[in-house]
Design a protein around this ligand. Sequence first.
Ligand code: ADP
Length: 542
Amino acid sequence: MGRQSEAEKAGLLLAAARYLNETLEPGRVYDRFHELLTDAVPHAGVVVSSFDAETGLISCEYAWVDGEKLDPAILPPLPLNREGGGMQSRVIVGGEPLLVNDVPEQVKQPGGVYYDVDREGKLRKVPEEGAPGVRAAMMLPVKLEGEVVGVVQLHNADTEYDEEQLELAEGLVGLMAAAARNARLHQTAQAEAAARARAETVAAAREHAARVLEAVGDGVFLLDDGGRVGFWNRAAELVTGRFGEDVRGRPVSEVFESWDRIADEIPVSESSTAARPVTLPIDVEGRELWLSFVAVHMPGGVVYAFRDLTVERGLEQAKSEFIATISHELRTPMTAVLGAAKTLLRTDIQLSPERRRELLEMIGAQGTRLTQITEEVLIASRLDRGDLRLDRERVVVGDIVRAAVDTMREHLPQSISLRVKGESNGATAIGDRNRIEQVLVNLIDNAVKYSPRGGQVIVSAEETPAAVRVEVRDEGLGIPLAEQDAIFEKFYRHDAHQTHVTGGTGLGLYICRELVRRMDGKIGVHSQPGVGSTFFFELPRA
Ligand code: ADP
């Protein structure tokens, strides 16, 4: 390549600037720089090194020797020699380019470390391992804002370099430095954008997870290693009645009063898949809750999730009590029926006609009781399932009262007098005739049952402006005020009555309430223990 005119040089540099800036990849910038050099400055090798002022190290970024591009990593980073030994160091310290046309002489001087690389990438330390096959070299500082940030080294095997070539090379290095910096800035910006996007994705995922935790039906809380509450979600607030802002940062034993007692019973697993739930009673704000807990270790603490099983637990208990009650209730009449039947079948004893009659009556009565119990259980379960259809017809309530009282009179003990007070004068209501009679029979049956010392039972029906009201009044045991609501709940039986009265499932009043409600009526009781009770129900007037 011949010598260029100033105009040619300017044109070359302009084209170079364009060409270098077309790429935003640092590696490609060096490739293009080398391509431009090929046309502008003859050379057998090019090495671009960067200099890091902080570490004081000079590291190879790009190397091309005798027609081969080499992996820059094979050239070990060299420490800067501030005393000026070594050509690269001299350029970095001085900031001025260097032109050397007697390289073998230069490398003999003490203070510098030189490497000679061949096209296979083999590295030789010079001069210990012999003189390099290089005659001329240029060292050009790479500057950014006045600071030297690297060195470009060009060398030639036989031809010398002159000042003009040096100048041109300097110009190209300047352009390369700007393009490389541009590319690096672009890369950094892209890396930052990618990191920001990743961080945003992670933050969004976290926020989503936090929102999910807020929304889940299970209570979730975090205990740090010091046993203090960190996270406390909405469901935890709903179950315990304690708000997040009150409990966060506090010891968990202030929230769950019996925590210290139960904590050991909750196994803390290492992964959520291995977590095994345990259900435990725990006191919160003076209430006993049955909570099912799972616990999983997390860095810095333990995450607990819990579910409120108090209602389920209560139902389980009621169910098992109910089964115990029912089996007891069924066994009593059945034993009586069996006993009576066996006696009647005996051939070895002579039974008087009265005795036979008594036994047969007992079988009849106990059989009726058995039917009643199974009937109650069936109706209660149909009411629960919601598949009990009720008629809506006009009914003369007085007629039903009379029918129910007549039915009940047949089985009354001697000590009870049952009567109807006043006539309802044909008051009509809307409802299901059979179900109204069932309610009434149930109330009269209770009135008799819970009057163990006998007394009067009075049934009345009267019209009010909006309803027809039926009352059943007794002079029996009465019900404490505190239990007057509870007796209408399923399976509920007043403890003290059990000693006086056997036989009962706790379903009767529940069935009455549900039937009356389904006829858009209401039911209730006024009672005084030891004095008596008045049960009433009202049905809409026709
Ligand atoms: P059961 O009679 O089968 O126990 P009920 O549901 O009919 O069930 O009644 C629930 C409870 O209400 C009874 O166990 C009893 O304690 C109380 N009770 C009902 N009727 C009366 C009454 N007339 N006098 C006193 N207590 C009553």
